[in-house]
Design a protein. Structure first.
Length: 138
């Protein structure tokens, strides 16, 4: 069995954003030479997420509004974690959106359902963070 590992780095200038990382993951798959197996993508920071969904701007807007209702950023004083920090909401948003995804690889391609894409979700941006891409298979 072969394996491949790469870190994708992001420095989002805004507090929150959703970035389609499917092209970068597909490039990793090409580099790996693996034709059958699994790819794991996970956010290597506790205030960021990796998830699968549709690449549609209205949906991303709806996610942003929904997440802000569930875990509002302000007032930061509402959160015990925020003593000296202001990102408790980002930790909660990450918990909701998830840490990682696993996608099957079939005939050298990501084996997605209709409309599925891989996204990096940033909830406490303005600094450098990474996503791990780990691919195993033959």
């Amino acid at each position: 069995m072969k394996n491949y590992r790469k870190e994708l780095w992001f420095n989002v200038p805004t507090r929150r954003a959703f970035i389609n990382i499917t092209p970068q993951v597909e490039e990793c798959l090409r580099e790996s030479g693996i034709r059958e197996g699994l790819v794991l993508c996970n956010a290597m920071h506790i205030t960021a997420s990796v998830f699968i969904n549709d690449d549609e701007s209205g949906l991303h807007h709806d996610y942003d509004v929904w997440l802000e209702k569930l875990a509002p950023h302000e007032p930061v004083s509402r959160y015990r974690h925020n003593v000296g920090e202001d990102n408790a909401d980002a930790h909660m948003k990450r918990q909701i959106m998830g840490r990682e995804v696993v996608v099957a690889i079939t005939e050298g391609k990501l084996d997605f359902g209709t409309w599925e894409q891989i996204f990096y979700g940033e909830f406490d941006g303005r600094r450098k963070k990474r996503v791990l891409v780990k691919i195993i298979g033959e």
